[in-house]
Design a protein around this ligand. Structure first.
Ligand code: ADP
Ligand code: MG
Length: 476
């Protein structure tokens, strides 16, 4: 973008995976389709009820905070954020204002301002007729909010941050963060400026996919530039994203935080994290699984191309399968060969298989890691050709079986028996006197053609290296 510099800061909400809601015992079940079944007097805001803090949710946020190297609060409290709307039964949302659970940290090279915990609102739908419906199953579900510093400078980097956060939440088991299901929701704050001073900030809401994040930011940056170039003034406001028209539209002038009249919730005890044994940072840091960026580094150090590494970084099931296969192979050359057959051939079979979902498939139920590594070993040892490996892989995937038995049954074991191959080579030499003459005249490259004839004659089962050496011997 021209001489303007783009500045973007993100606010991302993610529903956390817990058994119960943030402040009561109602079930937290994002897949519940029947409206208003997971509710109770607390999340329905009946007078006289008292909230209690769900430590599972607090722990998730502390784990995320540790993973991004943020500063975990010792003292924390919950505040009431007051506003009136049908999706917020109490007339306020319990959130955190002055004392968030986490301050600072970095993710994907982006500085984090804070991570705090709040409760989700009910889900309202306005598209059923000339009335609105409210489903309170979601009201009170633990919601993590992460706010970044205004240090992102492109739509792509913004979307990359959101993707890395999703991956982190999934890796930590903190949430599914499925954007299509509304489990993760991105708000982008955007401004442009020619100088070091920030320009007017606009906040875009309702970004329900990574594509929407990229498109909406790109749209908004272009809109700002056009306005400024034509001498118009931008207003600080909240805008929505129209998925169909692919435009942003004005929703409301930005409210200031004092409009929310934040104050500490008197019903909820203050948190003193150091007094809770299971929230000890030392213990939590030790309990963290391999984080996405750690896995990325480990795999690229092993020699994987970054796009191959990414398949395993992004898909836990594939990564587990790969790790098992690597252990069985125990050899770097075989490992890299396995990566190839995994990320191109086996991945292709899975993608074409409508009965499974790529991201969640348990591949070992299709091909046990032991069979897969046996197949790769055969390919690596030259017992079967790469063509044959792919064919056997397909049969293994569709019908199962033992790789070696299949290779025999399908006639794909490479023939390395010199006696048998020599007679085939002789027949080819006899039938191709022109080519043989070329070879003898110094055009050595035609040997590839002859080897090809040998492969054809053996229906692909001749070992090309052995064939080549026999040709060389007989023509030498
Ligand atoms: P507000 O009080 O309007 O909510 P905050 O200071 O809390 O503003 O910031 C909210 C988000 O907006 C943060 O992610 C922050 O990084 C981002 N932000 C702040 N100023 C700008 C700006 N000039 N351009 C883009 N993003 C900004
Ligand atoms: Mg804000």
């Amino acid at each position: 973008m021209s001489e303007y510099k783009a500045t973007i800061g993100l606010e991302i909400h993610a529903e956390l995976k817990t058994k119960t809601k943030m402040f009561c015992n109602s079930k937290n079940d994002p897949d519940e389709k029947r409206p208003n079944v997971n509710i109770c007097p607390v999340c329905m805001a009946y007078p006289g009820t008292l909230p209690t803090v769900n430590f599972e949710a607090v722990k998730h946020v502390v784990r995320v905070g540790c993973a991004v190297n943020g500063e975990i609060a010792d003292y924390s409290e919950f505040d009431r954020k007051n506003y009136f709307y049908p999706d917020i039964p109490k007339g306020y949302q319990i959130s955190q204002y002055k004392y968030p659970l986490v301050k600072g940290g970095t993710l994907n090279g982006v500085k984090i301002t804070r991570i705090h915990l709040e409760e989700d609102t009910a889900r309202s739908s306005h598209d059923q007729g000339d009335f609105s419906l409210v489903d309170f199953n979601r009201a009170g579900v633990p919601l993590m909010e992460i706010v970044t510093e205004p240090v992102i400078h492109s739509a792509e980097d913004a979307s990359a941050f959101a993707k890395e956060l999703q991956l982190l939440l999934q890796t930590l088991g903190a949430g599914e963060a499925n954007m299509e299901k509304g489990e993760m929701r991105v708000e982008a704050n955007i401004s442009i400026s020619k100088t070091d001073k920030f320009g007017t900030k606009v906040e875009v809401k309702n970004l329900n996919s990574f594509k929407a994040v990229e498109k909406a930011i790109a749209y908004e940056l272009a809109r700002h530039e056009k306005a400024l170039e034509s001498g118009e003034k931008l207003v600080q406001e909240t805008r929505g994203w129209d998925e169909n028209k692919e435009v942003t539209f004005s929703q409301r002038a930005k409210e200031d935080s004092h409009d929310y009249r934040y104050f500490p919730d008197p019903d909820i005890p203050k948190l003193k994290l150091s007094e809770v044994l299971e929230l000890s940072q030392e213990a939590i840091k030790k309990s963290l699984p391999e984080l996405p960026w750690e896995k990325r580094e480990r795999l690229t150090k092993l020699g994987l191309k970054s796009e191959d590494a990414e398949v395993f970084v992004r898909n836990v099931n594939w990564a587990q399968y790969f790790d098992t296969v690597v252990e069985l192979l125990g050899d770097n050359k075989k490992m890299l060969l396995a990566v190839n057959y995994l990320t191109s051939d086996l991945a292709g079979l899975v993608k074409n298989d409508e009965s499974v979902v790529f991201e969640t498939v348990d591949i070992s139920t299709k091909i046990p890691a032991k069979s897969f590594s046996a197949l790769v070993t055969m390919a690596s040892d030259g017992v079967i050709s790469s063509r044959a490996t792919k064919d056997i892989l397909k049969v293994l995937y569709e019908k199962g079986g033992d790789p070696e038995e299949l290779a025999n049954k399908m006639g794909l074991m490479q023939k390395s028996d010199e006696g048998e191959l020599t007679s085939i080579v002789q027949t080819i030499i006899d039938a191709n006197s022109n080519v043989v003459a070329e070879y003898k005249g110094g055009k050595i490259s035609v040997i590839q053609f002859l080897v090809g004839q040998g492969m054809k004659a053996t229906k692909g089962s001749g070992n090309p290296a052995v064939l080549k050496s026999i040709f060389e011997k007989l023509l030498g």
